[in-house]
Design a binder for this molecule. Sequence first.
Ligand SMILES: Cc1cc2nc3c(=O)[nH]c(=O)nc-3n(C[C@H](O)[C@H](O)[C@H](O)COP(=O)(O)O)c2cc1C
Ligand code: SF4
Ligand code: SF4
Length: 418
Amino acid sequence: MRKIPKPPKADDPRLAVKVGSVTFPNPFMVASGPTVKWKEQLVMAEACGWASASLKLAFDPEPYISLPPRYRYFKKEAYHAFTAEKRLTFKECLQLLQEGRKLTRRLILLANITYIGDKPGLTGWIEMAQQAEAAGAHVIELNMCCPNMSFNVAMTESARTEQTGASMGQNATAVSMITEAVKQSVKIPVFVKITPEGGRIAEVAKACYDKGADCVCSVANRLAIADFDIENPKQGPYRLQDEPTLACFSGPWIKPLALRDVFEIRRKAGPGPAVLGTGGIASARDAIQMIMCGADLIGVCTETMLKGFDFLPRWLKGMSDFMDRHAYQSCRDFRDLAVGRITSADKLTLHGGYAEVDLDKCTGCTLCEAVGHCNAITIVDKKSHIDRTKCTACSTCVEVCPEEAIHMVDAGVLEKKS
Ligand SMILES: Cc1cc2nc3c(=O)[nH]c(=O)nc-3n(C[C@H](O)[C@H](O)[C@H](O)COP(=O)(O)O)c2cc1C
Ligand code: SF4
Ligand code: SF4
């Protein structure tokens, strides 16, 4: 890890976000994962200006899968995949909370927890939350999202009896019961981090809010199969691991799905409740998009794994500059801007038009002529010719052309068909 930098200049007060009783100096959180496992990482995160950190998932009792980490970042595809991961014991979590509180001044600490024991009712969850609160957690984050535990096992072999993470997170009744019990047992805010697996994220989020959750967090992770060698399919793409396996995907590739998760939650929950959006955030611009899709807070994991923590001051400046340009006084001023604009497919306003070629730029490479769903393009005398009467204005050829020789001509709004 790099040397601890000088603390950042004063916070931009416009970036502060209040959730429940806690004020976050800015929306950025180091999301639970391998960069929030030791006290040194917490110190570094605070020094780089991060407002909060959600500690690595802790299980009580000992997690039934906890292996040395196996990660791979697929640069070209821009996805990160992990197959094996070391979780914290609850004792380690409590110690980290205590040390973190001693060593940091303003970093808001979330305890990311899962109970898998056999204490009666919801006692196990309640006791974990209470002990985390006593150890110094500012927020409890219930982990209803990890896809690489029982959900992974169920997808590939037989289901386990312990339903944790993404298996449990699809069950709105179970999640909301735990949320309610924990909420009634601690004074600090309760966040619930839920899974998109199962396709019911907005419904589960609503159930959590109804039972008092202070914030619902999206995780974005999906289980998927990474690129592998077709000459040796029995060997997965992971180093120092024999078998191929379903892996937990994150990173820039996942951002479009993460934006959708946040949009879905916000749309169903309305403007009131807080949402923490996580998944593929790798710039201030990404974060602004996430806020426009409904997020109050922003979680970042993969980017911190690859680059550490010290890019944050650039992102904070990017946010402040953006707010200056638009005269926004708080993130709330641009939160949800995309939510109101995202329109259902049956209500779209389409413009008629056609594609047109700039013959001076066209090199006659024939790539546009090859477009499989188009019969409007022919190459005549080494130049592309587009028949307007056959052009459906789909616009694929614009991106296909390597010379940027094609543009769309707008012929005005098409009449809507009912
Ligand atoms: C290696 C790894 C370990 C993770 N461990 C946890 C965890 O312990 N608890 C949790 O809630 N999320 C965990 N996550 C999920 C991240 O917090 C985050 O929600 C997800 O990776 C999407 O964000 P990203 O694209 O910025 O990584 C983990 C992600 C990765 C890549
Ligand atoms: S816009 Fe679509 S239909 Fe029209 S020329 Fe291009 S690819 Fe063909
Ligand atoms: S892809 Fe572009 S450069 Fe190539 S033929 Fe078509 S218009 Fe010309």
